[in-house]
Unconditional design. Structure first.
Length: 321
C-alpha cells in the first residue's frame, strides 16, 4: 500500500532540490601563520592547540607533544597539545564549588575531584580568523550554575604567540561567581638534542595531601628553589602548584631555542607536571581549589569573583629566540 501511495506523488515533490539541502559544516583544524611560527587549533576539540612549530635558522621545531601527529579535529588525545581550563582550573575537591550564594555540586570527572573546567571537550564558535590570528568563544552551560561565556583570542605577533581568555558574566546574570582560567600545554621535553631546563619566578609551593587535595599551606620547597635557579625534572618528579611573584613568568630552554612565558598580572600561579613524555608548564589565575581555600581564610590563592561589571581577563605570551 505504501508503495502505491509513493507512486502517486510527483517526483519533484519527493526529491529535495539541491539548493535546499542543508549544508553541514564539517569540523576542521585551523592553522595561523607568521614568519616565525605556525600554530594549529581545533575549535571542535575544546579550542585546543595541536601544534606550535617555531621557525628558526631554516629549521622548524615542534614544541607540543603530539604536534607532528595527524590531528582529529574533534578530539584531543590525552597528553598531547594544549587545552584551555575554564571556568575553573585544576582540581575542586569532591566537586564542591564554594560560591557567595551557596555550594554547588560539580561532576567529579577525576574522583575525588572535579578537574580542569568544562570547556576542553566542547565545540567552540569561530568568531573570526585571519592569517595570523583567531577569535573563538563559547557559552557557559550546565552543569556550571552561572550564565556567561568565554572569549579566546590567539595571535602570532613577531616571535611571540599571544593568548587571551576573557571569562564574562551574562548581562542577565545577577549573581557573582568564582572564576578562573588557564592553559594546560604538554611541551616536548626535548626538541632533539637535549632536555629542557625550566626556570620560573615562583615564591612558594602549595602543599597537596590526600590525592591532590590542597591543604592551604604555602611552603618554600626544594623544587621551589630549583625552579628559581633553573632545573631539569625527572619523570614524575614534580606535580605541584606554585605561587608566582607579582608579574612573574617562566622560561623553557632547550638547546635549540629558548621560550619565555610572560603573563598579565591576573596570572598568579604556574602548575608544573613532568610525565614521561612531556613537561607541563601551566599558567593559571589561581591555585588548586582556590574558592574553598579563600573561604577558609587563606591568602594568595588568586581567587576572584566574576560579575557583569568585572570580567576575568588573562593573557599569556610565549616568545622565543
Amino acid at each position: 500500500m505504501q508503495n502505491d501511495i509513493a507512486e502517486t506523488v510527483p517526483l519533484a515533490q519527493r526529491i529535495i532540490p539541491s539548493e535546499q539541502t542543508p549544508k553541514v559544516k564539517m569540523p576542521e583544524n585551523i592553522t595561523i601563520n607568521s614568519e616565525f611560527a605556525s600554530v594549529t587549533i581545533s575549535p571542535d576539540a575544546g579550542a585546543s592547540l595541536r601544534s606550535i612549530k617555531v621557525h628558526k635558522n631554516g629549521n622548524s621545531f615542534e614544541l607540543l607533544s603530539g604536534g607532528d601527529n595527524a590531528h582529529d579535529p574533534t578530539e584531543l588525545p590525552h597528553g598531547e597539545g594544549s587545552f584551555v581550563m575554564a571556568p575553573w582550573v585544576n582540581r575542586i575537591r569532591d566537586g564542591r564549588l564554594v560560591t557567595p550564594d551557596g555550594i554547588y555540586e560539580l561532576p567529579m570527572n577525576q574522583p575525588p575531584h572535579a578537574i580542569h573546567g568544562l570547556e576542553r571537550d566542547r565545540v567552540w564558535t569561530v568568531k573570526s580568523v585571519g592569517e595570523s590570528s583567531l577569535e573563538l568563544e563559547i557559552n557557559l552551560a550546565q552543569p556550571w550554575p552561572y550564565d556567561g561565556k568565554v572569549e579566546y583570542s590567539l595571535s602570532l605577533e613577531g616571535a611571540s604567540f599571544i593568548q587571551t581568555m576573557r571569562l564574562i558574566a551574562d548581562k542577565n546574570e545577577t549573581r557573582s561567581f568564582p572564576g578562573s582560567v588557564g592553559w594546560h600545554p604538554w611541551f616536548n621535553p626535548t626538541l632533539g638534542s637535549g632536555p629542557v631546563t625550566a626556570t620560573a619566578d615562583v615564591s612558594a609551593q602549595w602543599e597537596m595531601k590526600d590525592m591532590g587535595t590542597a591543604s592551604g599551606k604555602l611552603e618554600i620547597t626544594g623544587i621551589t628553589e630549583r625552579l628559581q635557579q633553573g632545573t631539569q625534572f625527572e619523570v614524575r618528579e614534580v606535580d605541584g602548584c606554585f605561587l608566582l611573584n607579582k608579574g612573574g613568568g617562566a622560561v623553557l630552554s632547550w638547546p635549540e631555542l629558548t621560550m619565555t612565558m610572560t603573563n598579565s598580572e591576573t596570572i598568579t600561579h604556574f602548575m608544573f607536571f613532568s610525565p614521561e613524555h612531556a613537561l607541563c608548564v601551566e599558567p593559571q589565575t589561581c591555585t588548586v581549589d582556590a574558592a574553598r581555600l579563600a573561604d577558609s581564610g587563606h591568602a594568595d590563592t588568586g581567587h576572584v569573583l566574576v560579575d557583569r561589571e568585572n570580567p576575568l581577563i588573562a593573557t599569556t605570551t610565549w616568545s622565543w629566540e
